[in-house]
Structures are given as C-alpha cells and as structure tokens.
Design a protein around this ligand. Structure first.
Ligand SMILES: [Mn+2]
Length: 199
C-alpha cells in the first residue's frame, strides 16, 4: 500500500442529513470541519490533528429536530471513510491502544481493525450537555463509527470530572490508538495480520 493514497470519500444524503466527508489517513492533521454542531467540530478537529489524518467534513442535518441524526450519521460516514481508505487492511498493524490524559481526565482506548464491529463504551456523563449538544449522543457516534468502520473498539474512561475534558481525552486517545492500528508494519509485507489470511 506504500505509495498509494489511503483515502476514503463519502457522500451520504438521507431525509435527515446530507454529509460530505473526505478522510486521508497519511496526512498532516489538517481539519476543515463544519457539522453545524460546534462541539463535534472541536472533537473532529482534535481527532484529525492527533491522528495526523487530513479530514474534511461538511454536514447539514435536521438540527431543528435535535442533534441525534447528525451525530449518528457523522459516525456512519467517518466509519465508512476509514473502511474505504483501508481496503483489505493488508499490512496494517491492526491493533492500537492509547491511554491519554486531559488535565484531570484519563481515557484508555483499544482498537482492533478486525472487520468485527463491537463497541464497549464506559464513559460517564457528568452533565446533560456540552455546549448545545446532548452528551448521551456521543455513544451513538461511536457505535455507528465502530459498526461502519468494521472495528472492535473499547473506550474506557479511567476517571475524570469535567465533561469537556473527558470527551477530549476520549477523542485524543481514539486518534492515537487508531493511528497505531492503521499504520503499516513493514514486517507484514502487505499481508493481513491474521492466521485466516484475511481481516
Ligand atoms: Mn477543548
């Protein structure tokens, strides 16, 4: 896969949302994000920077209903873009983990790009909202992301008090764990890290 651009582009339109997303795995951390939800813009910008992917997202959702559809569909699109960028997953490290602090919050994320979707999500909600967004929606984002990205994802907050810090720790840990998992391991010579010969 060296030399090729590992890129996933998704255009997804439904009656509820219209999302354009462009993910370039081997980027420089550049983000151009406009979801209509400032807190998600902040989190996706962090994700791009810390994973050193380049990420462009434009979303127009039915925010007048609430933020549920847009947040969930962002997870779907980011997952689809990641799956598309990785193709058959040959040569990647496959596993990644990171434990990242953000002030008083500490989050551990472990990922297996396995094509077996699973989400374990242990992140307490200290308040109902961050900015204008319901904090309970973040789990829907990660469920959609793991499901459509084809990955086993474990997100465990060790501790933390401030919800903004907690979610920053989550997204930064995810970015660092995923970068490790999607980075090619030269010893694999392009082959999948699996005794089945396929991810
Ligand atoms: Mn912040």
């Amino acid at each position: 896969m060296s030399g090729e651009q590992r890129q996933g582009k998704v255009q997804r339109q439904t009656a509820e949302t219209n999302i354009n997303l462009d993910l370039q795995l081997d980027g420089r951390g550049a983000a151009s994000i406009a979801t209509g939800i400032p807190f998600m813009d902040h989190m996706l910008t962090l994700f791009a920077r810390h994973s050193r992917s380049d990420l462009a997202v434009s979303a127009h959702g039915d925010l007048e209903v609430d933020y549920h559809h847009t947040v969930e569909d962002l997870g779907i699109c980011l997952g689809q873009a990641l799956a598309s960028a990785l193709g058959d997953g040959g040569g990647i490290a496959r596993y990644g983990q990171a434990t990242i602090p953000m002030d008083e919050a500490l989050c551990s994320v472990a990922v297996d790009i396995s094509r077996r979707p699973h989400l374990t999500y242990n992140v307490p909600l200290m308040v109902e909202k961050v900015g204008v967004m319901d904090t309970e929606l973040m789990e829907e984002f990660f469920r959609a992301f793991s499901s459509h990205g084809g990955m086993t994802l474990h997100i465990n907050l060790q501790y933390g008090k401030n919800q903004h810090h907690i979610f920053e720790a989550v997204f930064k840990a995810l970015a660092h764990a995923l970068r490790r998992a999607w980075t090619p391991d030269a010893s694999l010579a392009g082959q999948p890290l699996s005794t089945k010969g396929i991810l």
